[in-house]
Design a binder for this molecule. Structure first.
Ligand code: ZN
Length: 84
C-alpha cells in the first residue's frame, strides 16, 4: 500500500538517504512484511511513483496510490520484491 504523506519532523528517505524536512511531501510504502519505506519526492519521480500533473494551469504533485498489483504480479514468474 503506497500513500502520499506529509513529513512531521525530519524523516530520512530510504532511497537516497536524504533528509525529508518537516512539511515536505513523501511517499510511504509498505513491504510484504509490514516494513515501511519512505521516499522523497525526487526518488518517487525517478522511480515512477509520482508525477507532476497539470491542473488548472498549475503543476500538482500526484502520488500513485498503488501500482499494478496482485493479479498481474502472480502471473509473472519471479517477484523481484524490494526496492533498492
Ligand atoms: Zn530520496
Amino acid at each position: 500500500m503506497n500513500r502520499g504523506c506529509i513529513a512531521i519532523g525530519e524523516i530520512k528517505c530510504d532511497g537516497c538517504q536524504r533528509l525529508i524536512e518537516h512539511g515536505q511531501r513523501y511517499l510511504l510504502m509498505e513491504g510484504d512484511g509490514g516494513e515501511k519505506f519512505r521516499f522523497c519526492v525526487d526518488c518517487c519521480l525517478s522511480k515512477g511513483h509520482a508525477a507532476y500533473v497539470k491542473e488548472k494551469g498549475e503543476q500538482v504533485l500526484t502520488f500513485f496510490p498503488t501500482r499494478v498489483n496482485s493479479q498481474a504480479e502472480q502471473q509473472g514468474s519471479n517477484r523481484e520484491g524490494k526496492i533498492g
